[in-house]
Structures are given as C-alpha cells and as structure tokens.
Design a binder for this molecule. Structure first.
Ligand SMILES: [Zn+2]
Length: 126
C-alpha cells in the first residue's frame, strides 16, 4: 500500500518537529511528513515579501506535492518563536494570512494551520 505523505511548513525550532509529525500521523492518518523549515514561516508567508525565501518554500512544497503525492499542507506557528516573536493572537492571524498566500499557489492539497502551545501540544489554529 502506498504510504501517505503530508507537507509541513514548520519553524526550524528543534522543539516543534516531533510534535507536528506526531500530530499529523495521528490526526490526519499520515505515514510520513515532508518537513520544510524556516524561522517563523507563518510570519514570512504572511508578509509575502521575501521573494527568495518564498520561492524556496514554494519549490520545496511543490516537490512534496508532486513527487510524494502529499495532499495536505500544514502551516505551523508556535509559542516562544525566535523567528516570529509576536504573541499568540497575532501569530494565529499570521497563519491565516499564510494559508491565503499558499492558496494562491494553486496546489492540489488541503491547507491547514497548526499552533504549537507552551506545552508543545499541537492544536488546529482556527
Ligand atoms: Zn520558531
């Protein structure tokens, strides 16, 4: 049977990798997660200004969607993020904006937002 892949646009922060992978495996019945990391990716995507980084993320997401047949993209924000030091409310808005930006890439995948809290629990962001 084919293994199911999802794609996570996650922070580089070492504390949030396993929680996001575990959540996607359990809650979305995924076997493997392609991890695309940037510091504070919800901020970067929400601002949609840094063309070099945005294009790099887009290219890597594209490989995951096309080559691994991922049909789910998770955009992650987390507590105590060095790349996005904003409070939770602003970060949740950043995730919303980031989802809208990634939607414009017109990939054949569902896009969800995830928030990793101070206990490293993962929650849907909306
Ligand atoms: Zn971070």
């Amino acid at each position: 049977m084919n293994k199911k892949f999802a794609t996570a646009i996650n922070c580089i922060d070492g504390r949030v990798q396993l929680p996001v992978i575990d959540w996607l495996k359990k809650e979305a019945q995924i076997d493997y997660v392609d991890m695309i990391t940037e510091p504070g990716p919800n901020k970067v995507l929400s601002e949609n200004k840094d063309r070099v980084v945005i294009e790099s993320i887009k290219k890597r997401v594209g490989i995951s969607i096309e080559r691994r047949n991922s049909r789910l993209i998770a955009i992650v924000g987390h507590f105590d993020c060095l790349g996005n030091p904003s409070n939770k409310d602003i970060q949740l808005q950043d995730i919303k904006n980031a989802i809208e930006v990634v939607k414009t890439w017109e990939l054949d995948a569902k896009i969800i937002g995830l928030w990793v809290d101070e206990n490293f629990n993962v929650n849907p962001s909306d």
